[in-house]
Design a protein around this ligand. Structure first.
Ligand SMILES: Nc1ncnc2c1ncn2[C@@H]1O[C@H](COP(=O)(O)OP(=O)(O)O)[C@@H](O)[C@H]1O
Ligand SMILES: [Mg+2]
Length: 370
């Protein structure tokens, strides 16, 4: 009769392609029961947006199928997002597992569009997602969601995020009067506002918080990088950016601050001909890929240029909601999965680092007595 050891041995031949580790040692097998050849367990993925969820599940079914004597097999697939930031005792924002800053070299590359649609794409997989519009000088998220001011309330000195399409949203644009004055605020005030938005908001158990940053390397990106531990930065470029080198500067700043770069997404990358469905790289091909090679950072996707993205934004109807089957929405979904996969990789690295630090601490006194 087949035993639990045999089942686990088989399952440990299934490797998570992102994490390059087997699913048993990653702790992805839960609640395993084996009675008289009836096998049952839960496969717990590292994110509901796992880019390899189907592949891993197929592999699991295949290896279990190779075991003789398994009469019946019940597989339950769930996901629990890994913590991509160290959440030790003193860390602020303990209810947020991953913080992803979305940055670019210059304005108008579609950072807000990408932030919003990626947040929606992640949320549509079942993850709990927040969106912080940190472009205090030019908040655009409320308009893109069709929301006006007055959406945010304060309870017990904490901001309550607004709810839109299942996202927890915070934006300076919700404070219309102050937002009009934002252009005259100086560095320390702006940094203070961002810190409040991050730390003094009642984020309720988020898997991912997407932070839409203003362009460039000013006070706000710097404050985000220095105030709290974050999972990493997603860089948005357009094909033209590569020539002007602006994206490179932004990447350089975050690297100097030791903030991980999750990867790069190219927006307005190509035009899909509505008649023949061919991709036309009208601004040139391979820009973001070059950046990804130069900095050795992952290339996470390309979003087509589509007039529906622009008109939908202006009407408060993001493409992930208004046209979820369009090529643009499919491209956002693919990029979101890649980003979630990279966050799991960073989270797993972080866990390893923390484990090795703990080991060093434990062995340190011993070393000193020798
Ligand atoms: N892939 C795209 N296709 C068509 N228009 C886009 C696309 N991405 C962004 N836009 C439009 O480009 C403009 C700038 O985008 P926005 O997200 O506000 O950029 P940023 O936040 O970087 O300044 C907006 O009008 C937006 O609707
Ligand atoms: Mg913007």
């Amino acid at each position: 009769m087949v035993g639990i050891d045999q089942v686990l041995e088989k399952l440990s031949t299934v490797i998570d392609p992102d994490l390059k580790k087997d699913i048993v040692s990653m702790g992805m097998i839960k609640d395993l029961e084996l009675n008289d050849g009836n096998l049952k367990f839960t496969l717990e993925l590292t994110t509901p947006a796992c880019p390899f969820n189907v592949e891993i599940e197929d592999d699991v079914r295949k290896v279990i199928g190779e075991l003789n004597d398994v009469k019946k097999f019940d597989l339950n697939v769930t996901a629990k997002v890994m913590e991509g930031r160290s959440l030790d005792e003193d860390t602020a924002m303990k209810t947020v597992k991953n913080i992803i800053g979305v940055a670019s070299g210059k304005g108008g590359v579609g950072k807000s569009t990408v932030s919003l649609n990626l947040a929606l794409a992640l949320s549509q997989t079942g993850a709990k997602v927040g969106l912080l519009d940190a472009d205090i000088y030019g908040p655009s998220i409320p308009l893109m969601l069709g929301m006006k001011d007055g959406y945010m309330e304060v309870e017990d000195n904490k901001l309550q995020p607004a709810d839109s399409n299942g996202l927890q949203v915070v934006s300076f644009g919700f404070f219309a009067e102050q937002a009009h004055q934002a252009a005259i605020y100086r560095g320390p005030i702006i940094s203070g506002i961002l810190k409040q938005f991050l730390v003094d908001t009642n984020w309720s158990n988020l898997d991912y918080l997407i932070v839409d940053l203003p362009p460039g390397t000013g006070d706000i990106p710097l404050t985000l990088a220095q105030t709290i531990p974050i999972t990493g930065i997603l860089v948005v470029t357009t094909p033209q950016d590569v020539a002007s080198n602006v994206a490179v500067k932004a990447i350089g700043m975050f690297e100097k601050l030791n903030v991980p770069i999750i990867g790069v997404v190219e927006n307005m990358s190509h035009f899909i001909c509505p008649n023949c469905n061919d991709k036309h790289y009208i601004f040139g091909d391979g820009g973001a890929k070059k950046i990804s090679e130069q900095f050795k950072i992952p290339f996470l996707g390309e979003i087509p240029l589509n007039s529906g993205i622009m008109s939908g934004s202006d009407l408060g109807k993001p493409i992930m909601i208004s046209n979820p089957d369009s090529p643009s929405a499919i491209a956002f979904r693919k990029a979101a999965k890649n980003i979630a996969g990279q966050c799991s990789i960073l989270a797993s690295r972080l866990q390893e680092e923390m484990a090795s630090e703990n080991n060093n601490e434990e062995s340190a006194p011993e070393a000193s007595t020798n």
